[in-house]
Design a protein around this ligand. Structure first.
Ligand SMILES: [Ca+2]
Ligand SMILES: [Ca+2]
Ligand SMILES: [Ca+2]
Ligand SMILES: [Ca+2]
Length: 431
């Protein structure tokens, strides 16, 4: 029935079928349908197939357009992705570059810290890739991006005249030249930084190895065993430079001289000859306390009203280990203790048994040398706010008294100023 109806409609020939659609990619025009055989449905069957072909062609074209659009959109997306990828890659490279730079910068700070901690001997190489440490805190040790390497040339101790001024390793050559390299992905950062050693602001010129800040200070020595020497003596015992007084006092030298026996006077040597006692004023009140206050914040070792006698080490000049020691309250040291650096005592200092110290000693109260059986030696300088006593009042004191040597040494003081000083970054360059 459908066929018959179709037949009838077509047969009426009211409207010819439109030609097949042509699109740019539609291919050759489809030929009109040719009836091949009549399968009992006559011309109507053929015409129905032509209509179907036209509709198919239209569908194909629409599909093609759709596909073409998809291709176009796909291409646009692909280019967008490609641009984004390029942008992301550039951004990643930029990030890598920045991170590499930051890591190289951190090498400078790391070397400065290690130098300040006396933990960077000449020839040291900082190598994050092989130190077994997770330097960047990501949970992995020595992984790919831990590629920082740094070395430092220590101009102050390389036995070379780096600045060509004819002097070797002089004070203005106290410079560390740090070279750092970081590889991250395709980025590499190379950096050279310059660290200068800034000395601690301890007094460079001192009046005597023993300086009394109290104009009425008592000095009570054991005449046989107490020597004060203002001759500038190097740590190897050789003499150098100009002498200071043996004892200086912020007041009249007579205060000290009248307390010395004839024999004792001979043991206070230095500027002007024995007894070498001079007058000196720091030009400020509470000088010792002000030095204690200035250096207390940098203390490596702190005693807080230490009730016992300390027998440990307080630094060692032979290993360039200079420490700042601060005692809040009086301090007793005994038993062969050694030290180097700055000793600050806010109270009294009592030394018994052997003691060997290199550097600066500031004591706000009194200093007592008790029973120095093994000998006491200070190479440097001692500023005392109160009296200096070596009592021989008891039999024990008299029996155990050894020598007490206070010797001025500009070398010791220079070493301490550098040793407790700090390396500071003065310049950074990218080669
Ligand atoms: Ca890591
Ligand atoms: Ca590492
Ligand atoms: Ca030089
Ligand atoms: Ca040098």
């Amino acid at each position: 029935m459908v066929q018959a109806a179709g037949f009838h409609r077509t047969e009426r020939g009211a409207r010819p079928l439109p030609p097949p659609l042509r699109t740019p990619c539609a291919g050759p025009r489809i030929a009109p349908a040719v009836p091949s055989e009549d399968r009992g449905m006559g011309a109507g069957t053929v015409r129905t197939r032509g209509l179907a072909m036209n509709q198919g062609s239209r569908r194909g074209s629409v599909l093609f357009i759709l596909l073409f659009s998809v291709v176009l959109v796909g291409g646009a997306i692909a280019s967008l992705v490609s641009v984004e990828q390029a942008r992301s890659s550039a951004s990643r490279t930029d990030c890598e570059r920045q991170r590499a730079f930051a890591l190289a910068e951190s090498a400078t700070d790391t070397v400065a810290v290690l130098l300040n901690a006396n933990a960077w001997p000449a020839g040291t190489t900082l190598d994050w890739s092989a130190d077994g440490i997770d330097n960047d805190g990501d949970g992995l040790a020595d992984e790919g991006d831990e590629s920082l390497r740094a070395t430092a040339d220590l101009w102050g101790s390389d036995a070379a005249d780096n600045d060509g001024d004819g002097s070797v390793d002089e004070s203005d050559e106290r410079i560390a030249r740090v070279s750092a390299t970081v590889d991250l992905g395709t980025s590499q950062s190379r950096m050279t930084s310059w660290l200068r050693l800034v000395e601690a602001s301890l007094p460079e010129t001192v009046p005597a190895p023993l300086t009394l800040l109290d104009p009425n200070a008592d000095v009570d020595f054991d005449g046989n065993a107490f020597r004060v020497n203002g001759a500038d003596t190097n740590l190897d015992g050789t003499l150098a430079g100009a002498s200071t007084y043996g004892i200086a006092i912020d007041g009249s030298p007579t205060q000290v001289k009248t307390q010395l026996t004839t024999k004792e006077k001979l043991l206070v040597s230095g500027l002007g000859g024995a007894p070498s006692v001079g007058s000196w004023s720091p030009g400020t009140t509470n000088y010792v306390q002000s030095m204690v206050d200035a250096f207390r914040p940098y203390a490596d070792i702190t005693f807080n009203n230490f009730g016992k006698s300390y027998t440990g080490t307080l630094g060692d000049w032979k290993t360039s280990n200079y420490l700042v020691t601060y005692s809040h309250g009086s301090l007793q040291i005994s038993g062969g203790s050694t030290g180097a650096g700055v000793l600050l005592v806010e109270g009294d200092l009592e030394i018994s048994g052997g003691w060997d110290y290199v550097g600066y000693v500031f004591v706000t109260g009194r200093v007592r040398f008790v029973g120095g059986g093994e000998g006491v030696r200070l190479q440097g300088v001692m500023f005392v706010g109160g009296d200096v006593l070596q009592p021989t009042g008891t039999l024990l004191d008299a029996l155990l008294s050894g020598t007490v040597d206070l010797v001025y040494s500009s070398e010791a003081l220079r070493r301490v100023r550098a040793g407790v000083g700090n390396y500071q970054v003065t310049a950074i360059t990218e080669p």
